[in-house]
Design a protein. Sequence first.
Length: 486
Amino acid sequence: MSSRPDSDVRVRFAPSPTGWLHVGGARTAYFNWLFARQHGGRFVVRIEDTDVARSTDESEKGVLDDLAWLGLDHDEGPDRGGPLGPYRQSERLDLYRERADWLVAQGLAYPCFCTDAELELRRAAARAAGRPPHYDGTCRGLSLDERAGLARAGRPASIRFRVEPEDWTLEDAVRGTVRFPAGMVGDFVLLRSSGLPTYNFACVVDDAGMRISHVIRAEEHLPNTARQLMLYRAVAVAPPRFAHVPLILNSDRSKMSKRSGEVAVAVGDWRRAGYVPDALLSYLALLGFHPGDDREILSRAEMLESFTLERVGRSGSVFDPAKLGWVNAHYLHHASGEQLEAWGAAFLPRALASVEPARRAALLQGVRGNLATLADLPSELGPFVEETVTLDPDARAALEPETARTLCGTLAVELEGLAQWSGDAVKSAIQSVGRRLALKGSALFQPVRAALTGRVHGPELPLVAELVGRDRCVARLRNASRRSPG
Ligand code: GLU
């Protein structure tokens, strides 16, 4: 794939606003975004809201908000406008009606007056007789007079596409050659009697009208692609290049969905649990895309370098939350303070707002090594932003021995008298008190850490001292030295 800017590249992400953004959807959106950005093309978001009963504004907002959180900015869409809109299918109903009427006028589609009840009966009969439950063609051969008569009688009509008995072949950018044998698909509905289009029809009208050059979407739509290829020929538009991306699976290799409920499937759940957007994107991308080497984390910039549709695998991949956790921790452990502050805005303790920016960044960077998720920020930052510390059970145990309390009292005096307050100076002071009291290793460092932070794990002690500041260090050591045992 060349990286030459090619403004003819137009891709789209087309969510149905009937729920939240699924991790599979996020990956599809990411692949589309990468492809658009690599080629200097346009990334379009189209809202497929023709399922009026299930579509909600709230869902549309949630999906757009999650996409923005992931940093997958789009160039055209319902919230951004663009030259080939509107970008919400519910605002394009006239267009579907007009195209459907045109297809009828060409003899490529026909009005169908069969009712749902009639269709269901015939489908059941076909199944019972071992035939495919395709439309039986009742309205296919109606004369113009017959149609007019039924319409006059008040029978509502859908518009059905006339499928010719023909084999179809798709050259898919991921799956290679895919064959759809004749007879796989019966005459299908384009426009329901309610005037609402079916997915396949609206999709082709829109992908053609929005001049989509590449359709990168989930593999579950592959059977739809046969119908869509027929429709492209009917409307005399060259089809886009298709790339069907395999599914994301549960550990039992079933499709990962809300219903299976094993692992969180909503991007929002991972977001609220304190996962970093870049970590989620890197993890999801590598669930389908093989970089060709053994890298396990690829940044957005690296993906922009490496991504090609040809390197997307053909089989589904199992979602492993432990691996995602590992990627997330990697991002957290290597982030700058400023980056953590931006990612962690929703998690930061209120007290942090009054800390000046440089110190805030130092604090965040100081605790980053102990973060598994951003949700750990309040507890990790607590010792540094709260006035007093609360000892956890391990810290209490570390301060139990008489020697630990003597150590804290002696160190308090020493720190109070330091000519200059710095991490290094504190380190030397701890070592010199240790020598005096014949304490070293964990007998020396654990009680100090426990007194200063209320816990026995955390950033390096010199950094802790710098972050906590002299006055609070001295006060905390004094407190610890005065604790009664037990
Ligand atoms: N609205 C469809 C979905 O959410 C889009 C399918 C497509 O990309 O064509 O699955």
